[in-house]
Design a protein around this ligand. Structure first.
Ligand SMILES: [Zn+2]
Length: 90
């Protein structure tokens, strides 16, 4: 069995690294202790895609996460707009 460093992300978006067995897909978040799913850094996605080692569940997780990030960016923009309007009022 191979052991290496993988990155994990929990439901609260904490990204932590764990040195674990390559068979494992989950770990516990080092920040909050919740279960965290293994994520694969960009160059690895290509490799994992070829070997079929990347589970669909993780893909979905990543997509949901990206949507979350997008939603946050939108929120930021709205706040920014709000601040601009606020400044213009003076
Ligand atoms: Zn966490």
């Amino acid at each position: 069995m191979t052991k290496r460093i993988y990155e994990f992300i929990c439901a609260d978006d904490h990204i932590t690294e764990s040195y674990i067995d390559s068979e494992l897909r989950t770990s516990n978040c080092k920040v909050c202790g919740q279960s965290a799913i293994r994520i694969i850094s960009k160059p690895m996605v290509k490799l994992e895609g070829v070997t079929g080692d990347f589970p669909g569940a993780a893909m979905q997780w990543e997509r949901k996460r990206n949507e979350k990030i997008k939603a946050r960016t939108k929120e930021c923009r709205l706040n920014h707009k709000h601040i601009v309007i606020f400044h213009n009022a003076y």
